[in-house]
Design a protein around this ligand. Structure first.
Ligand code: DHB
Ligand code: FE
Length: 283
């Protein structure tokens, strides 16, 4: 049976992709951000996930405002990157794992989630940048992408995202393959890119989220979408994927690492690593 080794979450600001392409990791602006990744790389080297499930939001590359699925799951053998408008270098395609994709789809539908299944899916900055941050040498494992609608209201609620995460954890651990799997969430934390509050960042709320994601993720399901927008900005709702990642963890959450740096571009950039510690089942 598959083993869920843990979860990671990280911001996906496109400017990070530009910094990677231009080798700016040691520049004064970027160093405090990139320096946060050592413990995440060490942990990945220790747990060696063989497949990852990536919870992210599509930014108009596959789904535009005319057709917007709430949750969609990739079921392809590979995922091509394309430029959704940021002018970042287009990456080599990423490997998929159709067997885990279809297992997850079957399981989530069985648990009453109505999904869009995508046998073709282009991946944008929100998928590619986290993969490059976690595997800077390009040796990333195959991935199953899951897109959340965090763009066009009505969004899935924090509770719905939490429940999807829980079902995903059960799906992963019921996959018959003997493989180590990690869940990655991308986006956030607080940011707002447009409107009167453009540039809005809420450090106090971000730090509260980082704590709750480790210690009590259910507490975050008490916020309505309106409250999340008010507290974290209109794009800060990308925290929904972080909530789902934490909810997916089936065992005891062991905090490995968090890192918080403001700002990158207009965004509070954060990184979180949580190990999923197996809880022995009662005899
Ligand atoms: C930025 C942040 C995002 O989450 C995104 O998808 C695009 C841009 C930014 O801060 O520039
Ligand atoms: Fe985003």
């Amino acid at each position: 049976m598959a083993k869920l080794v843990g979860g990671l979450a990280v911001s996906h600001v496109p400017a990070i992709g530009r910094a990677i392409a231009d080798h700016k990791q040691q520049d004064a602006y970027w160093k405090p951000f990139f320096d946060g990744f050592g413990p995440a790389h060490d942990w990945l080297a220790k747990v060696r996930p063989e497949v990852v499930v990536v919870l992210y939001n599509d930014h108009g590359l596959n789904f535009f405002l005319d057709k917007m699925p709430t949750f969609s799951v990739g079921a392809a053998a590979q995922y091509s990157n394309a430029d959704e408008g940021w002018g970042l270098p287009v990456r080599h395609p990423f490997k998929g794992d159709p067997d885990l994709s279809w297992h997850v789809i079957e399981h989530l539908v069985e648990e009453e989630f109505d999904l869009v299944t995508c046998q073709e899916l282009l991946v944008d900055h929100a998928f590619c940048i986290p993969m490059e941050l976690f595997w800077p040498n390009g040796d990333m494992p195959p991935a199953v992408p899951i897109c959340f609608n965090t763009v066009q209201h009505p969004l899935p609620s924090a509770l719905r995202s939490y429940k999807l995460g829980q079902a995903l954890g059960r799906a992963i651990e019921s996959w018959p393959e003997d493989k180590r799997v990690a869940v990655i969430a991308t986006g956030g934390l607080s940011h707002q890119l447009d409107g009167e509050r453009a540039g809005f960042i809420n450090k106090e709320f971000d730090l509260l989220c980082l704590d709750r994601l480790v210690n009590d993720p259910k507490a975050l399901t008490g916020y309505t979408t309106r409250e999340l927008v008010a507290l974290s900005g209109s794009q800060g709702v990308e925290v929904l994927m972080w909530i789902a990642m934490s909810a997916a963890l089936t065992g005891r959450r062991r905090h490995i690492h968090s890192h918080y740096h403001i700002p990158i571009s207009n965004t509070a950039a954060a990184l979180l690593v949580i190990e999923n510690e197996a809880v022995p089942s009662p005899a």
